[in-house]
Design a protein around this ligand. Structure first.
Ligand SMILES: [Zn+2]
Ligand SMILES: [Zn+2]
Length: 384
């Protein structure tokens, strides 16, 4: 008889990662959960156990390693070995992971069907966090603002008040565990006591689950939540609103809402930390002779003095016109980057005028030109 291929049981490749194993296990376990599987329940149960066993071995690096070497029958054959002689219930953490996954699997899944009793129905579970991506303008960040955030989140079902039980009906002893809250699962060479997957350890189940929420106790609702965005927040930072995430199950605490700060592209400003950059083109004449110009800042217009002899790409710093520094009274700077534009489309008259300028200039007016040509001389080797 061919040896059992545990990888095939989970439908993964032999080099599957831990995450891949986990996902495959979840999907398979969902598919074959005896409570969900309405077809051949007995066969589903067998398959379910098989899946659990395969995952238990493969999710443990040590066991996976041994399985890879000796195969399934080989592992079973080591009956005398302490490690594989069964009785895993003594090793508390062995099944812990799987119980957790069962919780994940069936706790939140209202979709598992009305009769698909899951552990979450009775188990306290905290709600999931919600992430919301904001799109803020630079002005929002400069002045801070109150943003109205619309999120879809799970809230306690109005009909059953979050209990998951149809109003007017009660609870009865869990048929799976007979009220004990624990079940012994045996599969092949091991047997384990775990929390009852049907009642989640509570020992009782609802007679009728709530029709409106399918027994989960929560329903999706759209909510508008006001979020105060403090001035000076940086991209990638988030504002955490405690308890504004998804509702917990069975009285579990709600998750949190995280509003992530994203900055929209600005038509003229560029942010670098607390400073704001603005590119300002000037004419050649303005750069040469200097000028007073008016530029915008996020705080209003500003009279900027272009000093005579301003160079291309020179930065003029305006103190305190940048963004507020978070949790401080201070502000960053505005950095004006000057771009000197050389005139184009020059007519003969203008050309004449520039030639007249040339007469008045000396090489001392052009530091870089002077320096460069001196250096170049060293490399000149006569005319070709
Ligand atoms: Zn309900
Ligand atoms: Zn039970």
């Amino acid at each position: 008889m061919a040896d059992k291929d545990l990888y095939a049981v989970l439908g993964v490749s032999r080099n599957a990662t831990a995450d891949e194993l986990k996902i495959a296990f979840r999907n398979k376990a969902k598919e074959f959960h005896p409570d969900v599987h309405v077809g051949d329940k007995k066969a589903a149960e067998e398959k379910f156990k098989e899946i659990g066993e395969a995952y238990q071995i493969l999710s443990n690096p040590e066991k996976r390693n041994i399985y890879d070497q000796v195969g399934y029958e080989g592992m079973k054959g080591r009956g005398g070995s302490q490690q594989y002689s069964g009785g895993f219930e003594d090793m508390g953490d062995m099944f812990g992971d799987i119980s957790d996954i069962f919780g994940d699997l069936f706790g939140f899944s209202g979709g598992a069907g009305k009769r698909g009793g899951g552990s979450g129905r009775s188990r306290r579970r905290s709600g999931d966090d919600i992430r919301y991506d904001s799109a803020l303008t630079l002005e929002d960040i400069a002045f801070g603002r109150t943003e109205t955030v619309e999120v879809g989140r799970k809230e306690a079902c109005d009909t059953c008040k979050g209990l998951g039980i149809k109003p007017g009906t009660g609870k009865s002893t869990c048929k799976t565990c007979g009220g004990a809250g624990k079940v012994r699962q045996s599969s092949g060479f091991f047997s384990v006591v775990t929390t009852c997957p049907t009642c989640g350890g509570a020992g009782e189940t609802a007679e009728h689950y709530c029709d409106d929420c399918g027994g989960s106790g929560v329903r999706m609702k759209k909510r508008k939540i006001e979020v105060k965005i403090p001035a000076g927040v940086e991209e990638g930072q988030y504002i955490k609103l405690n308890g504004e995430g998804n509702s917990g199950i069975n009285g579990g605490p709600s998750g949190d809402l995280y509003v992530v700060v994203n900055l929209k592209h600005h038509e003229i400003y560029r942010r670098e930390s607390d400073d704001i950059f603005l590119d300002v083109p000037v004419t050649l004449l303005q750069a040469v002779c200097g000028d007073d110009i008016e530029i915008p800042t996020i705080y209003g217009n500003y009279k900027l003095k272009i000093p005579a002899g301003t160079q291309n790409n020179e930065e003029i710093v305006i103190k305190g016109k940048g963004l507020p520094i978070l949790n401080s009274q201070g502000k960053g700077d505005m950095r004006v980057v000057i771009h000197v534009e050389v005139p184009k489309g020059i007519n003969s008259k203008l050309k004449e005028a520039y030639k007249n300028v040339k007469v008045l200039e000396s090489e001392d007016n052009y530091e870089a030109v002077k320096r460069a040509f001196r250096t170049f001389k060293k490399y000149k080797k006569g005319v070709e």
